[in-house]
Design a protein around this ligand. Sequence first.
Ligand code: ATP
Ligand code: MG
Length: 422
Amino acid sequence: MSVVRLSQYYMPTLKETPGDAEIISHQLLLRAGFMRKTASGIYSLLPLGWRVVQKIEQIVREEMDALDAQEMRLPIIQPEEMWRESGRWDAYGPELMRLKDRHERGWCLGPTHEEIISALIATDIKSYKQLPFALYQMNTKFRDEIRPRFGLLRGREFLMKDCYSFHADEADLGAYYELQAQAYGRICDRMGIDWRRVEADSGQIGGKVTAEFHAIADAGESDIVYCACDYAADIDTLPEEGDARNVCPKCGTSLQRARGIEIGQVFQVGAQYSETMGVSFADVDGAEHPPLMGCYGWGITRSLAAAIEQHNDEYGMKWPAAIAPYQVCLIGIGKDEEVATALETYAAELDQAGIEVVIDDRNERPGTKFADADLVGWPYQVVVGSRGLKNGTVEVKERMSGEKVELPLADVVAYLGEKLKG
Ligand code: ATP
Ligand code: MG
């Protein structure tokens, strides 16, 4: 790794809260220099924002790989014919961004990739022996949302992990779907997100089997009820009459209410796309069947914003260490030579220990450095000043808890190593 020095780092912080940012994650992402708006619902991710994206992607990747899903990459631009085949060219509506090339051929920017993946496997899948399998990608999606808002929560261009699995029968699809759902819970846990699994159509006959994963946050657009026993539902799917909205149908205790941000969804789609797009496989006896599909979408950029909605205070963001852009910020106080030397020594030692470290070497007042460190939300701030150095100590502040400890110089690296392990 290498040590980052903030004096040359592209982290343009803002003193004022931008006027059109209504919710805290949107405000903080702009103020702390994680992103900039390029156009309505379209953002440029700056180095800090991109670092967090990569951390989240890696967690998602590990969980997908653990389920033997295979990472790949599909085109963003998709031919009109494929969407006509599935029947969605007309059904999708104005959210689908349509365009023409120089030959007047129609295209769209992918809001999701069921068509293109079905068209892909249609040519390659022939036998039951090839099933089951799952493919996934991390890619840009485009949806021309009528009301892009809340920064990364509802963008027009955004990042999604989408996974598609293919199965010979219902039982196999159901089992893999459940594994995906469990992986989604682990992704939330690893990201430090307080989440609920919301069953969409609670067991309606003929209804599609699907579940949404919601981050609990006031900025959420869904109204959900939940219970300590792990039951949760979207209030709009429950009858207004009776006790459905107040009493848990699983355990009978009273339900709690909260707003939720949908950060992921798992879906047993079944044969729909295989049938419309001509995908089939031969079973043991040579009879042709459509493979059954499962779809699993995870909002990379939306979950990034959801994590901020859950972890912030009046001073800024508080990153869980697993998804922080960097783990430790070294802040030098005073211009003494010995402070500068100590910063470099610590940075090198932390780097050696595999800890991601930045040095705030900017020519700013201590107050500005502390304020920016709180704003950006590095999990640990290490304050190195000449007074402390004389006593043989430095101060370490944990951003999440606000806890400060004074440590002997020699103990700092081991202390942080212990805190950040696992
Ligand atoms: P919503 O109901 O919020 O519009 P959706 O149900 O249409 O979302 P899906 O098709 O289920 O979204 O897409 C999978 C995931 O992609 C969502 O769970 C969400 O995390 C993310 N996502 C969807 N739309 C957006 C968007 N406009 N901006 C950012 N992330 C999005
Ligand atoms: Mg959804």
